[in-house]
Design a protein around this ligand. Structure first.
Ligand code: NAP
Length: 260
């Protein structure tokens, strides 16, 4: 997706490459990022939190979320940003979904769940329930959120919130390939017919959770939308150019078809 965007701008010689990295080489990785011919990076599991102390600067959003997924440069300064949160909001907006005053449930309490929960609270959600396998992690996220959003009602691990939610987001990895036959919802769980569900899982594009929610009459948004939008924001930070969204979406879809 990123390489297709670089190519479509004719940025010859620019490469978006995977750099696999053992944990003890974090400092070496930072030296790579500081090299003159590098404009930035995406950071993924398990380094989204671990990279923070190594950066020169971290944006307010990334620091509240506690996770960096994009590094870019301002001069020589390495800046950490989180584009998952605005990417998620853009995926809601393009489907006409309003988070202001919403009752929302976030399933999960990892990095993506934190980004989504902060985005929803920032957008004026009235109530946020955080439900996670490890209840301690849900309580920790809820307590961090309360510090930043004292006016939002935030409750960890309240399953009954699902039935009345306007927006339900799967921010766990349940349903992701190679185990697509699982859903983050308990069997038989009721959800409101006019709710919107967002599955951050993008492989497969149609998850079991999305199929269940569609049967209940909910509107469904797949993870590919957020993937493309968060990537587009990163692209703009690295290149200063507008991200070619259709090119990026088509490249992502093709890559996922290839993984089949
Ligand atoms: P993470 O920090 O590792 O968190 C994983 C979450 O999934 C945790 O809440 C974990 O619960 C839960 N989980 C994992 N396996 C589970 C299971 N078998 N049963 C119940 N809960 C389980 O990962 P992340 O970065 O937040 O990513 C989460 C998902 O979001 C992934 O599928 C990722 O691909 C997706 N994502 C999508 C986008 C996008 O642009 N569409 C962006 C970022 C992430 P515990 O705390 O109990 O372990």
């Amino acid at each position: 997706m990123q390489q297709a965007a670089l190519d479509s701008h004719g940025l010859q010689g620019w490469r978006y490459e995977l750099l696999a990295m053992p944990p003890h080489e974090m400092q070496m990785m930072l030296n790579t990022l500081r090299a003159k011919d590098c404009v930035g990076a995406n950071v993924t599991i398990p380094y989204k939190q671990a990279i923070i102390p190594f950066l020169d600067q971290v944006s307010e959003t990334a620091s509240k979320i506690g996770a960096v997924n994009t590094v870019y440069k301002q001069g020589e300064t390495l800046v950490g940003e989180n584009t998952d949160a605005p990417g998620f909001m853009q995926s809601l907006r393009q489907c006409g979904v309003e988070a202001n005053e919403a009752r929302a449930v976030v399933l999960g309490a990892g990095g993506a769940a934190a980004a989504v929960a902060f985005a929803l609270a920032s957008a004026g959600a009235r109530h946020l329930a955080i439900i996670n396998r490890s209840s301690t992690r849900a309580e920790e996220l809820a307590s961090r959120l309360r510090q930043h959003f004292p006016l939002v009602e935030i409750s960890p691990n309240r399953m009954e919130a699902l039935e009345r939610a306007d927006i339900i987001v799967n921010a766990t990895s349940i349903g992701m390939a190679p185990d697509p036959d699982f859903s983050p919802l308990p069997a038989g769980q009721a959800i409101a017919p006019r709710s919107t569900i967002v599955d951050l899982v993008y492989n497969p594009p149609q998850t079991k959770f999305m199929r269940e929610a569609a049967r209940a009459g909910a509107r469904c948004i797949g993870g590919l939308e957020m993937l493309v939008y968060q990537g587009a924001i990163s692209f703009q930070m690295w290149t200063g150019r507008e991200a070619p969204l259709p090119v990026m979406r088509a490249a992502a879809e093709n890559a996922l078809k290839g993984q089949g």
